[in-house]
Write a protein that binds this ligand. Structure first.
Ligand code: ASP
Length: 583
């Protein structure tokens, strides 16, 4: 080993020991008689001291060290005269007796400090330098710990980790596939897995009754801030279980992770049906760190000649505690917020419950004090509260109000990143209708089992949309961190499902025959779940973006700007792959 210790280990008890450290020059300070160099490695920073009086040669050499030079230094651990309580090693310094430069560095394009002067693009281009910064490094250490603890927990529960292939077959369901041309099979392509779904189900048929894998998945979707084309899942499957068993097992995993990674004990997860989540929060991933539940007011507000409400399918609102003193300007801001095209409301109606109990609304023309009192009752609003209402087509209005609720939660400081609120959302619909394609799609995926008591409804075209699935999501702080379902394990039901999804018999056989055939050889009842590993890490890290928890992420256009990928390939490679050049 080139070193005896790391830059994060030395403390007062090491005084008078001779040590050798290796690391990068964070910065150096030349104070005339003394030169100090901060040496950094993965573990921390240690101060090196060079004394002009006792060792002028060494001191002069040290003065020439540039930022990010790689240095090895040997010296005596000494108690510092002026200690630095901000640093773990701040009680000591190394009085250097010998050092050598292991490698030089050109001036880095940005400062490798917490408050770096490097913008996003520059830091991504030089990601290997960005990864030297303490916070980014800490994120990867946290990620490692989450992975490690996941394995510890699942291993203790008899799960085994099995690797499934990365070159698989493209299927039309779900998101868009990334495809890989096959040189040996001209004109044919592999696809990269969007998830190991079918393979983990086949492993259940094989009898591996508890499987997991921390696995890369690929989806060629338009990117949003919190999406990456390749991402990692904790993918799990179990046999001989019911939904309840899965919920309990993976609630256990999440509790274990909170305890081990964050030192937090979390309570049993409450469960909310999809129907309630939509009714009370307008979202299938409600942020339950705060209340502010929706209240529907159709019955209360109709019949007062206010056409906006009279013509609306749904009038629904929230009560923002203590916001009655919002100024005209603040209310205009909220109105502009809900009218933004992404949110799409046509307007916002408000009612202030004033300190003396009187009510002042934006629709006083139509609603007198008595009428408004009914609003206040419906919300159980108190003096000082602000009622905010939206109206229109039911689904759209709920979605818009969800955005407004989150915005109010943020404004009121109710979305603290260090507070965690977890729940299960259950009883998702099996299918959702897609207007554009005029057909049903599987809400989770085509392998999800309908609830046995709803199977009958599959034969009634009017009721098919009401069939509920044994499907569940785990939601933490308004983020869907995991989702899964009880699976179909019967060939006929699986075939029926494909038929409902618009597959011909031949198409279903061609695409998924391998799975349906396997179901004929003694498939056990099974169910599973997958967690978004990157998201879970960013949540534990108190961050919004998953990008900082991935060592080498892609940018918003799906590019790796460091290695410059994707990139063109040369003619010869194209020919080998039987791909015609696009001119
Ligand atoms: N494979 C599913 C997904 O990636 C999760 C599951 O059903 O286990 O969303």
């Amino acid at each position: 080993m080139l070193r005896t210790h790391t830059c994060g280990t030395l403390r007062i008890e090491h005084i008078n020991q001779t040590v050798t450290l290796c690391g990068w020059v964070q910065k150096s300070r030349d104070l005339g008689g003394m030169t100090f160099v901060d040496l950094r490695d993965r573990y921390g920073i240690t101060q090196l001291a060079f004394n002009m009086d006792t060792n002028a040669d060494l001191c002069l050499q040290a003065r020439k060290l540039g930022r990010e030079y790689v240095v090895r230094a040997t010296g005596l651990v000494k108690e510092r005269e002026s200690k630095n309580s901000q640093m773990a090693t701040g009680d000591i310094e190394i009085v250097v007796t010998a050092f050598d430069i292991l490698n030089e560095s050109v001036t880095p394009p940005f400062t490798i400090e917490e408050n770096t002067d490097g913008g996003d693009d520059l830091r991504m281009k030089y990601r290997y330098l960005d990864l030297r910064r303490a916070s980014v490094r800490a994120n990867l250490q946290l990620r490692h710990k989450v992975a490690q603890q996941t394995r510890t927990f699942l291993d203790a529960q008899d799960f085994i980790e099995v690797e499934t292939p990365v070159l698989i077959k493209s299927t039309p369901e779900g998101a868009r596939d990334f495809v890989v041309p096959s040189r040996m099979n001209p004109g044919e392509f592999y696809a990269l897995p969007q998830s190991p779904q079918t393979f983990k189900q086949l492993l259940m048929v094989s009898g591996f009754d508890r499987y997991y894998q921390i696995v890369k998945c690929f989806r060629d979707e338009d990117l949003r801030a919190d999406r990456q084309p390749e991402f990692t899942q904790i993918d799990c499957e179990m046999s001989f279980v019911e939904q309840e068993d899965i919920l309990n097992m993976f609630e256990g995993l999440v509790k274990h992770l909170f305890k081990q990674v964050k030192g937090i004990e979390i309570n049993n997860l409450p469960r909310m049906t999809y129907a309630d989540a939509m009714k009370f929060y307008g979202s299938d991933k409600p942020d339950t760190r705060f209340d502010m539940k929706f209240v529907e007011l159709n019955e209360v507000v109709k019949g007062k000649n206010f056409p906006v409400f009279d013509n609306a399918e749904l009038v629904v609102g929230i009560c923002a505690k203590g916001c009655a003193d919002y100024t005209r300007k603040q209310l205009d801001e909220l109105t502009d917020f809900v009218k933004r095209p992404q949110i799409g409301a046509t307007g916002l109606v408000y009612a202030r419950v004033q300190a003396d109990g009187t009510i002042k609304s934006s629709v006083d023309k139509f609603y007198d004090e008595t009428a408004l009192k009914l609003w206040v009752e419906a919300f159980n609003a108190q003096p000082g509260d602000l009622i905010l209402l939206l109206a229109g087509q039911a689904d759209k209005t709920r979605k818009a109000l969800n955005e407004l609720r989150l915005e109010m939660g943020t404004r009121l400081g109710l979305r603290d990143k260090n507070k965690f609120s977890c729940l299960w959302v259950i009883d998702f619909p099996l299918l959702e209708f897609n207007e554009e394609e005029n057909r049903f799609f599987a809400m989770h995926h085509p392998f999800t089992s309908p609830k046995p008591e709803d199977i009958e409804l599959l034969n009634d075209s009017n009721k098919i949309g009401h069939v509920r699935a044994n499907a569940y999501d785990m939601v933490i702080n308004g983020v869907e961190v995991g989702g899964g379902s009880v699976r179909i394990f019967n060939r006929d039901l699986q075939a029926r499902m494909f038929e409902i999804l618009g597959f011909t018999k031949e198409e279903a056989q061609h695409q998924f025959g391998f799975l349906m055939n396997a179901f004929e050889y003694g498939a056990p009842p099974h169910a599973g779940i997958a967690f978004g590993f990157d998201r879970l890490c960013s949540l534990f890290g108190g961050a919004d973006s998953i990008r900082d928890f991935i060592a080498f992420p892609k940018n918003n256009s799906g590019r790796d700007v460091m290695i410059d990928a994707p990139s063109t390939i040369d003619e010869k490679q194209m020919n080998e792959l039987n791909i015609k050049t696009i001119l």
